[in-house]
Structure formats: structure tokens, C-alpha cells
Design a protein around this ligand. Structure first.
Ligand SMILES: [Zn+2]
Length: 368
């Protein structure tokens, strides 16, 4: 794990990483979580040669198997006894091993899509002492992992003692320190201010969490802003739109009716519009782009990684960021699609999806 971390940190972020000498699917989830993209492809055949039957939790010996714990075409069409007696024993065993290998790759891809890779690691860690040791080591890399972890997810499950080491739990604990006021202890987070219960990851994780019935929406907006941005990005006088059906805040406007921010209902993230101006003064969460593209960005076009000059080192995927030119003048605000290091290293692809800009040419979408 230590070598994988060193490799990932030392190489430019846009280079794919191949993990040599590791073709067993039981390790794939850990290697992917460390940033690796490719694995050795000969293992499935080499294992078959030695009668070794791969599973995601380890290796079984074909002569010792009475039942197949698998539904691939090979395992569902014959028993271990029949496979042992077959003339194609090695070939069929290799087919099973390859099937398990691809199945695990698909499982990992889906977990990345659903942002549940950590949960998959916690499950895999239970299967074998070596994997448990790998998980212990992995959980120590919070700072490294935190750089790649999207700021919010749909939800997550607290599955084991490792859940409290999740980068999003660590980040939530840190953000809670920005907010004062009445708080309660919530596992695995510690003290959580009641005013931010609706923010990720609290209500998404702790079932039946009692939401405080506050009528002071301005105060709640301030606390949610402190939680996400470390400062109150709103003017003293704001009009807050609250949903009649759910009682949740939906958006904030200035005294002239200009949209300042939209509240995303699923994670209570504040999506910046006009409030970007105040965050800009604070100097945080900045992405600096080359002056040659500033007119496009001002009009609301996406920011491409190749035009990023520098980015605040604390930026993680999905975070709300502000986009400035080389003189620090505000151009736009939007969602980071990469972390700070990736923005600097990538030469292709989008870095920020712009949500609000200083002189838009198209109608700005008001819904999240
Ligand atoms: Zn099988």
C-alpha cells in the first residue's frame, strides 16, 4: 500500500498507473482506491495451471472444492467433480478465473459511479486477514485519500470501525468546527451543530435524525454557509425561499431579487450564483484561468483543465469553486470536476462546470 501511495503521489495525475505483479481480483478494489488503473492480465491463466480457483475473497484449491460459490457459465454448468474429470480442466478453470476478474472490475466501476468504493473496501476487508491488514493501512491515508474524495455523495453506510476514518467523515468533522450553536453527538461524527443536520453526510447517514424546528432561516443559512465555505457568503438582508411541502430552504436572493445561491435538496450544498462575489473577496476555493479564455468563462462556458493556471490546493471534486483570471478578477462560479492537483496536471477534459458567470450570454439555470 505504501509503494502504491508513493507512486500515485510522485507521478503526474493524468498518467494511467499499471500495477505489476497483481492480477488477483481480491486486491483490485484496494489498488483502484489507491489510484491504479490497470492490472496484470496473466494471473487468471497462471492460477488455473496450478488448480487454483479465484474468488474475490481469496483462492481455493480445485481438488478441495465440493461446491462452486459462483454462477459463471463454467460453474453453473458443472460440479467441481465434473470439472476435475474434464479434459479441458485447465482451460475451464481459467475461464472461471477470468470471469471472476471481470466481475470484480465491473463491481468496482459501479461502486465508483455510486461513490460507494469505501463500502466495497470495508466488505472486502472482512474476507481475509491480509485484506484486513490492507484496510488498516489504507485507513491511515486519510489526508492522501481526502484529496480525491468528492465533497458529497448520495449516502453511505456505517459498516465497521473503519467508517469513522472515511475522508468524508473526517472532512465533515473539520467543517463542523466552523459552526457554533446547539449541537448533539452523532456517531461516527462527534458533535454536530443542529443547524447543519440537513447537510451531507449527517441526515444521509444517521436515520431518523431529529431536525430542529427553527424559524430563523437567516441564521440557518449562515450556519450552512459556514459549514460549506468557512464563512457567511450572504449579505445581511436576504430573501430565503422555503419549500411549503418540506419546510426546507431552496434558494436565497438579494434585496433586488438577484439569485445568490440554490440549495441542493439531497445534500444541502449551497450552489453558488451571486453569492460567489462574497466568497471571491475571501480568496478561498479559487481556480485561476489563463487570461486568453476569460471572455468565454465570463459568458458561462466550462473551464478546461488545460487553461487552469493554478488552483487552491484544498479543492476536491464537486466542491463549489470560483473562477478568476490571472489578476484575480472574478469570472464565474461552479462545480469542481477534479481536485486541485488534477486540474494542474490534466491537459484534457473539463475542470469546472460553470453554474454562474459575470456576463452570461445564455439563461442561467436556476434549478440544481
Ligand atoms: Zn465461476
Amino acid at each position: 500500500m505504501g509503494i502504491m501511495k508513493t507512486a500515485k503521489e510522485a507521478l503526474p495525475q493524468d498518467r494511467p498507473l499499471h500495477l505489476f505483479g497483481a492480477g488477483h481480483p481480491m486486491f483490485f478494489a484496494f489498488a483502484v482506491a489507491m489510484g491504479f488503473d490497470f492490472f496484470d492480465s496473466a494471473a487468471y491463466a497462471l492460477y488455473a495451471k496450478d488448480d487454483r480457483y479465484m474468488t474475490v475473497s481469496g483462492t481455493e484449491q480445485l481438488p478441495e472444492l465440493e461446491y462452486f460459490p459462483c454462477c459463471c457459465p463454467v460453474c453453473s454448468s458443472m460440479t467441481p467433480q465434473e470439472l476435475r474429470a474434464s479434459d479441458d480442466r485447465q482451460k475451464l478453470l481459467a475461464q472461471h478465473n477470468l470471469h471472476v476478474t471481470f466481475q470484480e472490475i465491473r463491481t468496482i466501476r459501479q461502486a465508483i459511479r455510486e461513490r460507494t468504493l469505501w463500502e466495497l473496501l470495508e466488505q472486502r476487508a472482512r474476507a481475509h486477514p491480509n485484506l484486513l491488514a490492507a484496510m488498516r493501512e489504507f485507513a491511515r491515508y486519510g489526508k492522501f485519500l481526502g484529496k480525491y474524495d468528492p465533497i458529497t455523495k448520495k449516502h453511505f453506510f456505517v459498516l465497521s470501525e473503519f467508517s469513522r476514518k472515511r475522508p468524508d467523515v473526517v472532512a465533515a468533522r473539520r467543517r463542523c468546527r466552523n459552526v457554533r450553536g446547539a449541537s448533539v453527538t452523532l456517531k461516527p461524527f462527534g458533535r454536530v451543530p443542529q443547524s447543519v443536520f440537513e447537510c451531507y453526510p449527517f441526515s444521509q447517514t444517521v436515520p431518523g435524525i431529529e431536525k430542529p424546528k427553527t424559524r430563523n432561516d437567516r441564521q440557518k443559512l449562515r450556519d450552512v454557509s459556514l459549514y460549506w465555505f468557512g464563512e457567511d457568503v450572504f449579505p445581511e438582508k436576504v430573501r430565503i425561499d422555503v419549500s411549503r411541502a418540506t419546510g426546507k430552504m431552496r434558494a436565497a436572493y438579494d434585496s433586488k431579487g438577484g439569485l445568490l445561491a440554490v440549495v441542493r435538496p439531497n445534500d444541502f450544498m449551497l450552489l453558488l450564483h451571486g453569492a460567489a462575489k462574497k466568497l471571491h473577496k475571501g480568496g478561498k476555493s479559487r481556480v485561476v484561468v489563463s487570461d486568453e479564455v476569460q471572455e468565454f468563462i465570463k459568458q458561462g462556458k466550462s473551464v478546461f483543465a488545460k487553461h487552469v493556471v493554478s488552483a487552491d490546493a484544498a479543492i476536491v471534486p464537486d466542491q463549489q469553486v470560483i473562477v478568476v483570471n490571472e489578476n484575480g478578477e472574478l469570472l464565474a462560479a461552479g462545480d469542481a470536476l477534479l481536485n486541485a492537483q488534477e486540474m494542474a496536471d490534466f491537459r484534457r477534459g473539463a475542470a469546472v462546470s460553470v453554474r454562474w458567470s459575470v456576463s452570461p450570454t445564455r439563461r442561467i439555470q436556476e434549478s440544481p
